[in-house]
Design a protein around this ligand. Structure first.
Ligand code: PSV
Ligand code: MN
Ligand code: MN
Length: 386
């Protein structure tokens, strides 16, 4: 096994971005259960995110979703983050919530709607300039519900045109992260349904365009770690939107539904050299019924645990067994790491990093939960799943 000192050093280099919308109220299309004490403003979302970072030590950036986090002065918002030990992270665009987008945004048959959508995407790059963000995450709800509704090929052409215009506008240090999802809200055909489509567009765009893997965006049974391995081999994995799914795009806590899958993904990340700043580890989750800040702390810890296990894989023993065709031995090398209880190692790493060994308990003791309930009335909806 890899020595624990090497694992700890690697853990110190990991950063997990939390999404602003996970701090707000959310729900399904049936009901949003409002919770007490949730943030009323983007600034208050950052205040909560600072608590997650304080207790875990590995969540220094927060993703924004525009217009859910629209403010007049983004530089001031970045300063609000900085004063709390945070930075603003990925800017998520939103071209799915206006009436105009019923038939699509950048792939809409009407050029006026396409222009409007592109305008929003370019505005997001302006916001990145003000916040100092590196990544622009693009997810398009575009697609069709019925065969024949629109021309599949023309829609790809329109998508390509819009992506090229955004790419053109990027600064030297900025990137497009193109996200795919196989269905919903479109039910027959989605314009960016899978990694292959996203990859083809990113390849055509150039080195500043990368694919993002949202772990909830695949059909049941999809081998996500294979996708991760492939994208890493091609130098095209830009990051993750982590969450768990049981059925569709459930947006539950990462590592809650299938911790073994998360471990397999993290193993491919480690194996493929993706444990680097070039691969963004982001959460994309909603906490509809559970308290939000502790759920986000738990999620960050779940990613850390899977990472630690992946780092513990004895690469030499595994490679030897693979070379020798020792099927069971190779499987055992992987499973040994997976079955290791890494919680003591993580507690040690936290103590050595000046943190409480138990972030959940530390948050409970902090009194923050009681304070926000007392101080905040009328919390903001996350903007999602309403
Ligand atoms: C779409 O399902 C998605 O995963 C995209 O990343 C959106 O920006 C996000 O959800 C909103 O939660
Ligand atoms: Mn996502
Ligand atoms: Mn999603």
């Amino acid at each position: 096994m890899t020595p624990s000192s090497a694992v700890k050093a690697a853990l110190s280099a990991q950063a997990i971005e939390t999404p602003s919308w996970a701090y707000g109220n959310s729900g399904t299309r049936f009901k949003v259960f409002a919770q007490q004490g949730v943030p009323r403003t983007p600034q208050e979302k950052l205040d909560d995110a600072a608590r997650v970072h304080e207790h875990t030590g590995v969540a220094p950036t927060v993703a924004l979703h525009i217009p859910w986090d629209r403010v007049d002065d983004y530089a001031a918002l970045a300063e609000h983050a900085r004063a709390r030990g945070l930075k603003l992270g990925t800017i998520n665009s939103n071209v799915f919530q206006d009436d105009d987008y019923k038939l699509g945004s950048v792939t809409h048959p009407d050029p006026a709607v396409r222009r409007k959508a592109l305008g929003h995407l370019l505005e997001c790059v302006d916001i990145m300039d003000a916040t100092g963000s590196r990544d622009l995450k693009l997810w398009f709800s575009d697609g069709t519900n019925y065969p024949g509704q629109d021309d599949i090929r023309s829609r790809q052409d329109r998508l390509s045109e819009a992506l090229a215009a955004v790419y053109e506008r990027l600064g030297d240090e900025q990137r497009i992260l193109l996200e795919y999802k196989f269905f919903e809200p479109a039910f027959y055909m989605t314009d960016v349904p899978d990694w292959g489509t996203a990859y083809a567009h990113c390849l055509k765009l150039g080195p500043k365009a990368q694919v993002v893997v949202d772990t909830g965006h695949h059909a049941p049974g999809t081998n996500i770690e294979f996708i991760v391995a492939t994208l890493l081999r091609e130098g095209k994995l830009g990051g993750f939107d982590f969450n768990s799914r049981f059925y569709a795009d459930d947006d539950l806590m990462v590592g809650a539904a299938d911790p073994f899958q998360l471990f397999r993904i993290m193993y491919e990340v480690v194996r493929g050299g993706g444990f680097s700043p070039d691969v963004a580890f982001m959460l994309d989750q909603c906490h509809n019924i559970e308290p939000k800040i502790p759920a986000i702390i738990r999620s960050v810890m779940n990613v850390q645990e899977a990472t630690a296990k992946a780092l513990l894989v004895d690469a030499e023993a595994l490679a030897k067994a693979q070379r020798e065709g020792d099927v069971l031995g190779a499987n055992e090398a992987l499973m040994d790491a997976y079955h290791t209880d890494v919680r003591p190692l993580l507690a040690e790493w936290r103590e050595e990093s000046g943190l409480d060994p138990n972030p959940m308990a530390a948050y409970r003791r902090s009194g923050w939960a009681e304070r926000i309930v007392a101080e905040r009335q009328g919390g903001q909806q996350a903007g999602w799943g309403a």
